[in-house]
Design a protein. Structure first.
Ligand code: CA
Length: 223
């Protein structure tokens, strides 16, 4: 899952980025509203963490403009402590949820997960396909009775596949959601990671879950 963080306070931005990366999200950070909007328009984010008070364009105008462009990327807005007006304006502009500063990082994570579930129309924190189960809170994966140890990128890939099961995913789409802005699409890194993941998920099982669609990309499905 790929997240855009728009926050002009560099310390706060770095804190959010580090925390999200530890949770295996791919994160892009920008420090002003206009640049953030440009990124949100051109890149494929699964959610946006958006500060309200920003240089060049505030969070309210940002959200209004993004929604006017028919972009429905979930937005978690960071608002100042005391301002009810700000919260109301934020939600009315089209934000999906807000969090009051200062906040506990665990709450930011929980709210983000909730937004990502809403986007995927899922009501559970556990994703599954056949006998494969992935817990998106603990990041633990299991197939039948075998525990699968995953690296951060493998986890991110598996989560993305499971949120899009039965859908053929091109390398470009995978790169856009799993890697950040600096990813070099000219490499075969995605295939390398998918092979690692496939070894862990499918090796030793008769029924394969990760399938190559020649010339297109990959799909995760039961048969
Ligand atoms: Ca600010």
């Amino acid at each position: 899952m790929r997240i855009l963080v728009v926050e002009d306070e560099k310390k706060v931005a770095r804190f959010i980025q580090q925390g999200l990366e530890e949770e295996h999200y791919s994160v892009d950070v920008v420090h002003d509203g206009q640049q953030g909007l440009t990124m949100a328009e051109s890149e494929k984010y699964d959610a946006i963490v958006l500060d309200v008070m920003l240089p060049t364009k505030d969070g309210i105008a940002f959200t209004r403009e993004l929604r006017a462009l028919k972009k429905s990327t979930p937005i978690l807005m960071l608002t100042a402590k005391t301002s009810t007006e700000e919260k109301v304006a934020g939600l009315d502009s089209g934000a999906d949820d807000y969090l009051t500063k200062p906040f506990a990082f665990a709450e930011l994570l929980a709210r983000l997960r909730s937004l990502l579930r809403r986007g995927a129309q899922e009501k559970t924190t556990v994703l599954s396909l056949g006998d494969l189960v992935l817990d998106t809170v603990s990041h633990k994966a299991r197939r039948a009775d075998r525990v699968i140890e995953l690296t951060a990128k493998e986890y991110a890939l598996l989560e993305f596949f499971l949120r899009n099961k039965d859908r053929v995913l091109s390398r470009t789409i995978i790169a856009e959601h799993i890697w950040d802005y600096h990813f070099d699409t000219g490499t075969n890194l995605i295939d390398v990671y998918i092979n690692h993941l496939r070894n862990k998920v499918d090796t030793g099982f008769e029924k394969k879950l990760i399938h190559t669609v020649r010339g297109v990309g990959y799909v995760m499905k039961e048969d």
